[in-house]
Design a protein around this ligand. Sequence first.
Ligand SMILES: Nc1ncnc2c1ncn2[C@@H]1O[C@H](COP(=O)(O)OP(=O)(O)O)[C@@H](O)[C@H]1O
Ligand SMILES: [Mg+2]
Length: 198
Amino acid sequence: MKENLTWHFGAVSSAVRESLLKQRPVTLWLTGLSASGKSSIAYALEKLLLEKGKCSFVLDGDNLRHHLNSDLGFTAADRKENIRRTAEVAHLMNEAGLIVITALISPLCSDRQMAREIIGAQRFLEVYVNASAAVCESRDPKGLYVKARRGEISEFTGISAPYEVPDNPEFEVDSESDPVGLVAEKLYQHLAGQYFPK
Ligand SMILES: Nc1ncnc2c1ncn2[C@@H]1O[C@H](COP(=O)(O)OP(=O)(O)O)[C@@H](O)[C@H]1O
Ligand SMILES: [Mg+2]
């Protein structure tokens, strides 16, 4: 099939989009245990960006599983496909000029590396949302840890499936002691310094 396909180049460059939107596109790839605070931080940062006139959109793992990824489960293969599709969407949104914030556990280094390659290393910021397993389990806002301990959820990250801590993330945020608003503010300040041309 591919041999009969030709890439059709558009007439609008990324530089034109950047000057129109007054922002350089980037993806903040939030990774961390369930209940570490990825979604809370992602939506707080999105709100902050919009309030400052910046165009941003959250790709939340749980939300995507209601629609685009509703056919996928939690096996390693399905998690990989979940991440591949999300990264492809993030890439398209970056091409459109948006600042993308993803919130997926994305437990494996190899899958996050795949996301980095799909999105492009220059536009990819890995953000480790660090809260200990004990704290995440004590928060348990969705009651998932209780269910996983009862054996009602198979392949639950941190209990019956692995989480590989990022080796060298562009950012690490302390979501145990820093409140959500402060974490979002710190990430915003970083973006403001590097991604908002005058
Ligand atoms: N410092 C913090 N950072 C992020 N979340 C926090 C923090 N302190 C408490 N929380 C709470 O922890 C829970 C994290 O849930 P959520 O954002 O859904 O995590 P995840 O998307 O990583 O599963 C929320 O109930 C949130 O209010
Ligand atoms: Mg979440």
